[in-house]
Design a protein around this ligand. Sequence first.
Ligand code: SF4
Length: 693
Amino acid sequence: SDKRLGELTVDSTTCGYCAVGCRFDVYTDGEEVLATRATDPEESPVNDISTCVKGKFSYSFANSEERLTDPLVRDENGEWREATWDEALSRVVEGFQDIIDEYGNEAMSVIASSKATNEENYLMGKFARQVLGTNTVDNCNRLCHSSTVAGLAKTYGYGAASISVKDFEEADLIFLTGSNTTEAHPVLGTRVKQHVKEGGELIVFDPRETQIAEYADQYTSIRPGYDTVWVNGVTRYIIENDLYDEEFVEERTDGFEEVKEAVSEFTLDYVEEVTGAPPEDIVSAAEAIAEADRTVFGWTLGITEHSHGTDNVASLANLAAITGNVGKPGTGVSPFRGQNNVQGGGGDMGPLPDNFPGYQKVADDEVRAKFEEAWDCEIPAERGYYTTEMFNAFDDGDLEGMFCIGENPSLSEPGKKHADEVLADMEFLVVQDLFMNETAKYADVVLPAVSFLEKEGTFANTDRRVQKVNQVLEKKGNAKADWEILQALANRMGREWDYADTNEINEEMRSLTPIYGGISHERVEEEGGIQWPCWDEDHPGTERLYTEEFNTENGKANLTPVGYAEPMSPQTEEFPLTLTTGRVLYQYHTGTMTHPEEGIMKYNDRDFVEINPDTAASYGIEDGDPVRIESDKGEIVVTAQVTERIGEEAVFAPIHFAETAVNTLTDSERLDPEAKTPEFKATAVRISPVEGK
Ligand code: SF4
């Protein structure tokens, strides 16, 4: 733009990349983001003055040539052509209605979007139940932290972080595992580094020596996929040596004896044999937790994306509780959530097969009756399919149609080949997105949506903080906000939705959702964010959960015995290495928002595989060589990055590019039995140099 700074519009909003939830001022000429700056720290308690490379620079996607600006429908030859909203919406309604008429309401499915606002996600859940008549509505939280939600819900009560970001400052010790903090949650990474700089202690257990591990007082390399073993090892050592918090255990927990019994077999030698963690590391970690007055336990997908992710989380919750590290300043559990609004839109708003907004249970007759009355519809008592189950249910003929909003399952689901086959075979698929992503290529109708820069509403971040999203750009072309599209569809399908704006949606939502009861847009604007639970207009919100009681029937933590668990795809002679997948700083998920950004692509324009130097040497692989990775599900070829960061038995590959599509190697059937989270973090593979290189 040739406009001067003084001629630009400035408004503050909440970052749409990750769930740290940084706030910043956006300078625009109405069409383009020209600059960003961290908001006044008073209004941005999460990031203070920091933002990261994505939050600061990565906005070209909003004006990318590739943006969808008009609806697309198939012509008589199956080719795409642009259509008016009227025609496209008619086609969608006809398609949904045909499925319902022929196969019943429960043959429809909805994938909701954790990129969208709380208000939109509330409507996605309502649309599935009221308009389509099904509980089969789920979202990306199934692929990442649903095991956190299940593991924490059964031990402490709420499937969310117990702490505030500022507890990182007040902790003596931060204990991190399975978190590539500086790359996946950069501003939290800065906070952890600051904690170390100010003399705080940091312990990291991880199969990869990530950048944050370089700051740690203790880094322990572990074999991927055996986390209950080393966590139980630490817990056993603490119990056997009377290093636990007897008073806390006595007064605030149930189940201690059962946990004591369950961990008794996890001796130091056994832990070393299974996980590779040296006995002295287990001892020093246990002693450090016992000696510290205040410990925060942080984890990410390295703990959750396993076929036993719920057990992993429960074992960490046990450890935090028996050492009295819950409910006091500088203590608690902090699962770092991934997408910008996966806490709010993906969880709190209840576009979930078994939950309504605010984690109110579909199976609870009273709760269901409340929503049936409010939404004027009948709602089945049985839960719907989880996302990972949906793809198998299409195979079985139990589902026939899908409304996929702001997600890209062709790349993000485990088992790419299977996901693509299911998408290609669907009787009717509608995709609503900013871009013609890999999933949209299989659709019957594609509806153009707008980004968080082009709409109003709220997001909830990783510490349960609801923050305002403000429109800073004009909507692109004829694209519409998700809530506007949903409203138009609902009305064409016989409902009378009449929301003038997202504030009206929020008012309806909070009247039905006790934990959001006092969170009005007005207060969120005024107070710079409110953390749930916030029961009413006079409630200040909740910085820290469980200060007096856990959210369980008797108010005590349910310590949950957890045993040995291994990956569903353990190493074999044929597949002697373990693949673990993840993210890099410069990219975001399947890349729809970051790939249009030239500056970002200069740093990272392809996926790669990290291999330990000894492992690489044994296969005759050098840095930069093309490498074939094979699992029992398929093969891909990527470039080798030979590095000490990764242990000898593991390899690591990012998930960001369709060209190499690492989920070709993972499996749609290897799921956590409770949360149905896929095992992205441990797949047995073999590697080989590509001949003729
Ligand atoms: Fe955005 Fe996350 Fe970066 Fe903050 S840390 S600026 S929320 S991507």
